[in-house]
Design a protein around this ligand. Structure first.
Ligand code: GLU
Length: 310
């Protein structure tokens, strides 16, 4: 059976959780808009969490840029803005729980060890070298969680039933990095649990992380939220919009037109007259007409970046 313990009666709690590795671009706007409108359409709450757990990858000023862009586009989040780094203590407790259950272990493999072990294997599957070595805790080692061959199954609202064996796909994966920082997979699961998030709408580029997150929820005794993975925005040549592929920061002027473009990319059909409307009127139309099902089965949408220019 697909794993999702959320019942129809649970009040909807959704979220947007950007990492401050750069300013928001059109692709991130799509995830923000879809998660926001889906929460509103369900009379739910929409939380904003800045995932600032990776200082080496953080770009100075990006958090502030993200928050001011969201404000400029008229997003209204419920409750206070949450900084993921504030829950470090909870991340450490979850790690300890996994270690105590012997579901996780310390790993001394270096990147070089793994690279040579993997030459003979397909993909980046961890060969399990340290799994049964009983290595003692140490501040400069990583921690991995044990995986199983049984399939992890979840029913994505847009992409359908997903089933994957973690042992075959990634092998035991890192939940605590050897530089002493929590890994994304563990942090996101702990924080969604702490914030009682029960609906996750995000880009399909994160879908290969979802089975690892569902597995951690199971090991930690958390509920599994309902997932909906929306298409990612791609350039005309099919490459994903990202900082690496030169995606522009969302402009802070002419935001009405860009929001309408976002709605079009999300396969909503705003009337032409909305081009003359205020931001508030655009959001009113978007909330009243939101139809996430229009994205069913889509994994990418093309963004014509030149039309984002004010
Ligand atoms: N922080 C992640 C990112 O910006 C997203 C996390 C999530 O939605 O689960 O890619």
């Amino acid at each position: 059976m697909p794993r999702s313990d959320v019942t129809e009666a649970s009040p909807y709690i959704g979220r947007f959780a950007p990492s401050p590795t750069g300013p928001l671009h059109f692709g991130s706007l799509l995830a923000a808009v879809a998660s926001y409108l889906e929460a509103r359409a369900n009379n739910g709450r929409w939380l904003l969490r800045i995932e600032n757990i990776d200082p080496p990858r953080e770009q100075p000023g990006a958090s502030e840029q993200i928050v001011s862009a969201l404000e400029r586009y008229g997003f209204e989040w419920d409750g206070p803005l949450v900084w993921q780094r504030d829950s470090t203590e909870h991340h450490a407790l979850a790690l300890q729980a996994l270690l105590d259950q012997k579901q996780a272990y310390w790993c001394k493999c270096s990147r070089r060890d793994l690279a040579s072990a993997q030459q003979a294997r397909v993909g980046a599957v961890y060969p399990g070298t340290c799994r049964d070595l009983g290595i003692a805790a140490s501040s400069n080692l990583a921690v991995r969680v044990r995986t199983m061959n049984d399939a992890i199954v979840f029913d994505d609202r847009l992409q359908g039933l997903q089933s994957l064996s973690l042992e075959a796909a990634s092998g035991d994966f890192v939940v605590w990095r050897k530089d002493g920082l929590v890994a994304y997979q563990l942090a996101v699961v702990v924080d969604d649990h702490l914030q009682q998030v029960n609906h996750i709408v995000r880009g399909v580029d994160l879908m290969d992380s979802t089975p690892r997150q569902v597995w951690l929820q199971e090991l930690l005794g958390y509920r599994t939220p309902v997932y909906a993975h929306i298409p990612v925005a791609v350039h005309a040549d099919g490459s994903k919009l990202s900082k690496l592929t030169g995606a522009r920061a969302l402009p802070l002027v002419g935001v009405e037109k860009i929001l309408i473009e976002g709605l079009c990319a999300l396969r909503q059909s705003p009337p032409r007259a909305l081009l003359e409307a205020s931001l508030e009127e655009i959001w009113q139309w978007a909330s009243a007409n939101w139809n996430m099902a229009a994205l069913t089965g889509l994994t990418s949408v093309t963004a014509n970046e030149t039309t984002h220019l004010p």
